[in-house]
Design a protein around this ligand. Structure first.
Ligand code: ADE
Ligand code: ZN
Ligand code: ZN
Length: 241
């Protein structure tokens, strides 16, 4: 995701933490974050260049046109090093954070928290679990309405930005409020299923859903030069339900 995608996912997440998780997050956040996890949820994108090793941890490349994901087959970087993908990173930083409150942790748990909360967002962007040869849609030039864009960027940023402008008066807080309300009402049953996986990390479920969504929505009918418009935004137009 871009800035807003990460802001939205982290806002929604922080209000749903258990008391003990909320306390841990408060303690791990730097003072300047003022207890607001969302304010630092794009940190992992800013350090990609300083922490060069971290850039393959934002995505998963799966075999072209197969529309399936398998951890052992797909979770590796371009040099073939196992576990170096967003699912492996979620497992790793979850395990680090589980050492919180035990003995003096050998890890930087502030960085672990900022990575984990960012990667949980990224793994839910369908094209972050995309095809290898087009780098998750990064090499597919398209138009978003009349403007030049790239398929990956349409899903990282354009859909969210346009929905914000059109439906929420460019106010991201209003979009977050609408999503928040839907989670407790219209999506309540689905939300129960989401919560069933909250005590351990479940990145393989998210990654499998991601490549399915990429094939059924993001890649569907799209070619180099396609003109894309707002038909994907309905999920962000809450009143449509
Ligand atoms: N680079 C290579 N594949 C990618 C993907 N699926 N998402 C983002 N960046 C990538
Ligand atoms: Zn992206
Ligand atoms: Zn990222």
């Amino acid at each position: 995701w871009g800035i807003d995608g990460h802001l939205i996912t982290c806002r929604l997440a922080q209000t749903r933490l258990s008391k003990s998780a909320a306390n841990a997050v408060s303690e791990l956040l730097p003072a300047y974050a003022d207890d607001d996890l969302a304010s630092l949820c794009s940190w992992a994108d800013r350090v990609k260049f300083r922490y060069h090793w971290s850039s393959p941890l934002h995505y998963i490349d799966t075999p072209d046109n197969l529309c399936t994901y398998q951890y052992n087959r797909d979770c590796k970087d371009e040099d073939g090093v196992q576990d170096r993908c967003v699912a492996g990173a979620i497992n790793n930083y979850t395990n680090q954070l589980l050492t919180y409150g035990t003995t003096a942790s050998q890890y930087n748990l502030t960085e672990a928290l900022l990575f984990l909360s960012h990667f949980i967002g990224d793994i839910h962007q369908p094209l972050h679990v995309g095809f290898t040869s087009d780098r998750g849609g990064n090499t597919i030039d398209v138009h978003w309405y009349t403007r030049k864009s790239v398929l990956h960027h349409v899903w990282d940023d354009n859909i969210i930005e346009t929905a914000e402008e059109r439906f929420y008066d460019s106010n991201v807080d209003e979009l977050i409020n609408a999503l928040d309300k839907n989670i407790t009402t219209v999506w309540a049953n689905q939300a129960k299923a989401w919560a069933a996986c909250s005590n351990t990390a479940c990145p393989d479920i998210y990654a499998s859903e991601g490549i399915k969504a990429a094939c059924e929505w993001a890649y569907k009918g799209v070619d180099e030069g396609s003109v894309l418009e707002g038909k994907f935004m309905h999920v962000l137009l809450i009143d449509a339900y």
